[in-house]
Design a protein around this ligand. Structure first.
Ligand SMILES: O=C(O)CCC(=O)C(=O)O
Length: 266
């Protein structure tokens, strides 16, 4: 099976040794600076809310004193190599939605929870199920520390829940969202690997097997009206920055979506 067939059948694929160590080091040095700033600003929430991720790493607040670094970051994450790989895999227009960084919680009591990403949005579960085949929202994971950090249930990008999955994911009928579920796959990633998975397949993190985690997820996708309104234009390059970006397609499409949702009240 090639990568595209694997994604189609299972909802995920791994591009092994896709990035060179020097490329990972460049991404890491920018991410580390942002992450450190964020941890200082969110020290209390990190502990009280047992956070497991931060988002919007391209937001201008992280580049006030580093304007050139924002352009470098946009170029590093939308590299020619990665944008081409995604074009080949999906043969559809892809836009840049956001970024997230996943790490371990401060307390061992926080347990990884099964979910489909949109279950935390106001979009009704039945609407999500009905639209599943029209949607393509991706996590493109670039681990900055090797990890066995994410568990996926292959095939759940193409079908909706079994009874057990439904009850576990939504904590119904006395179930909890951290219970084991059948047929899951724990993904092992080495530095340089890239994991691409469907954000709507059933998945969860794994904290216990990883002493440290730092996984940069690019949230990309095919435009869809259900998620367009969640796109925050603050995370996108401005006109001047775009002139210095080599692969602009993800960003220009995102700007078009953001501009159209800003004009259209719901
Ligand atoms: O890596 C993790 O800790 C969880 C990943 C996840 O839930 C996600 O990417 O939506």
């Amino acid at each position: 099976m090639n990568a595209s067939q694997q994604f189609e059948a299972q909802g995920y694929t791994i591009l092994k040794q896709f990035f060179q160590p020097a490329e990972i080091a460049q991404i890491s040095s920018i991410v580390d600076r942002i992450y450190n700033q964020w941890r200082t600003d969110n020290h209390h929430a990190l502990i009280e809310q047992q956070l497991i991720n931060m988002h919007s790493l391209t937001d201008p607040q992280y580049f006030q004193h580093h304007p050139a670094e924002r352009i470098r970051f946009f170029n590093l994450i939308a590299s020619t190599k990665l944008t081409r790989a995604l074009e080949q895999l999906f043969s559809t227009e892809i836009y840049f939605h956001n970024t997230q960084l996943f790490f371990n919680p401060q307390s061992h009591q926080k347990r990884p929870y099964w979910h489909r990403d949109l279950q935390y949005s106001p979009i009704d579960d039945n609407v999500q199920a009905a639209e599943q085949h029209q949607m393509l929202s991706l996590h493109v994971r670039i681990p900055l520390v090797a990890e066995k950090g994410v568990e996926l249930i292959p095939g759940t990008h193409k079908r909706w829940d079994t009874n057990l999955e439904h009850n576990v994911r939504l904590e119904r009928q006395g179930h909890r969202n951290d219970e084991p579920l059948p047929d899951s796959v724990l993904v092992e990633l080495h530095l340089g690997d890239v994991l691409i998975f469907n954000a709507q397949m059933i998945h969860r993190g794994n904290y216990a097997l990883n002493h440290e985690r730092k996984a940069l997820d690019l949230c990309l996708g095919k435009p869809h009206r259900l998620v367009a309104g969640f796109l925050n234009s603050n995370g996108l390059p401005n006109d001047q920055e775009l002139e210095h970006i080599h692969q602009t397609r993800w960003y220009t499409l995102a700007r078009t979506i953001a501009a159209s949702t800003e004009l259209t009240p719901d």
